[in-house]
Design a protein around this ligand. Structure first.
Ligand code: PMV
Length: 361
């Protein structure tokens, strides 16, 4: 599908007022998206597990205005006005308005909250942009007859991408691919797709414990990090490597090859951070406790042969990935060895999930 396929033809029955609520999960990339072209076109394909517990719930209440003017909305986070989120939403409205041309005719009240603690260092842009896109698209669904579910999900992913690239992987689950790859049929730079190849059942029960090493704001945003891939000395090789890793994942997923999975996923995480450390200006988001945790994971895996590995987002927190059947052993390892490296001992047990859900409002 191209951009044109997301332009609505005409609307019938514009509603006077109403409300929609959606809950959308976060996701964790296995092959990382780092580097983009305008507007939110990824420099390489990526793939993520959709999460379950870490999610954003957003309600959009709308009322038709007397006459269409500029965008008009109030934003509440945890029930309180949140002015500093508004510019991001305004930019999002500007980017999506061609695809949702009713936006300027309404006043919106956007109420949003996260299941994970505020400023836990977990990025809420993916889940937040996915939930907001779903609410707005649900509103459009009432004005356009015969929208099928597949088109709805694809357009939701397309809109979410315009808010935050990785958000396009938060509409469905359990494994979502984003970005053109010649060997992945249906792959697109415009939206995420269900990973189209065989995936062994073991990957559908994967657990992700997020070890909260640092809960504060990051010193360098992912927007800036993406930009620093322009003119980066290793960018070309990195994008090639991501393409190869997507190919390498195919037999890993099909055969339930946990050793192959661990090697590839940990290498991707460290490569992402290596790109940050070799950017100009250079920066580093890992903390001493991030490294301490990584070394303990390696020692534990060596000693026990338990298939547990880590990945990293653009931050200091560590995502611990492991199959469901080793949960008890890994939870004991976390409590005894890893929690001491987390801020206030905090971590979040999450797992692979199936995507966003509509909440009756
Ligand atoms: O969606 P953005 O622009 O915040 O970029 C996400 C970048 C990473 O989280 C580091 C990697 C990824 O693929 O999710």
């Amino acid at each position: 599908m191209t951009e044109k396929d997301f332009l609505p033809e005409s609307y019938e029955n514009l509603p006077t007022k109403g409300k929609f609520t959606w809950k959308a999960p976060s996701n964790i990339a296995l092959v990382k998206y780092w580097g983009k072209k305008p507007v939110q076109i990824p420099a390489n394909p990526s793939i993520s597990f959709t999460l379950d517990a870490c999610a954003t719930t957003t309600s959009v209440t709308f009322e038709k205005k007397g006459k269409a003017g500029d965008f008009s909305f109030d934003l509440l986070f945890d029930g309180k006005p949140k002015e500093d989120f508004k510019p991001k939403i305004h930019t999002f409205f500007e980017r999506v308005q061609a695809y949702l041309p009713f936006l300027k005719g309404y006043h919106f009240i956007i109420e949003t909250s996260n299941s994970f603690p505020h400023s836990s260092g977990i990025a809420s842009s993916a889940s937040g942009m996915a939930a907001l896109s779903l609410c707005l698209l649900d509103m459009e669904r009432g004005m356009v007859p015969d929208v099928n579910q597949e088109y709805f999900n694809t357009k939701a992913s397309f809109l979410a991408r315009l808010g935050s690239g990785s958000a396009c992987r938060s509409i469905e689950g359990p494994l979502i691919e984003f970005g053109v790859h010649d060997h992945i049929p249906g792959s697109s730079n415009l939206y995420g797709i269900q990973y189209p190849f065989k995936v062994d059942g073991i990957f559908k029960t994967f657990q992700d414990t997020i070890l909260l090493v640092h809960k504060g704001e990051k010193q360098v945003s992912s927007t800036v990090g993406h930009q620093l891939m322009h003119g980066h000395p290793y960018a070309g090789n990195r994008f090639q490597q991501a393409l190869q890793n997507m190919d390498a994942l195919k037999p890993i997923f099909a055969n339930g090859d946990l050793d192959g999975f661990i090697k590839l996923v940990e290498s991707e995480a460290l490569t992402l951070h290596a790109m940050m450390m070799t950017s100009m200006p250079y920066f580093m988001l890992m903390k001493p406790d991030t490294l301490a945790i990584i070394h303990k994971i390696w020692s534990f895996r060596e000693a026990t042969q338990v298939p547990v590995c880590f990945t990293l987002d653009a931050g200091a927190n560590v995502h611990l990935l492991y199959p469901d059947h080793v949960k008890q052993t890994v939870h004991q390892f976390i409590d005894e060895e890893l929690a001491m490296h987390c801020e206030n001992g905090h971590y979040i047990h999450d797992r692979v999930g199936l995507g966003a859900k509509k909440i009756n409002s």
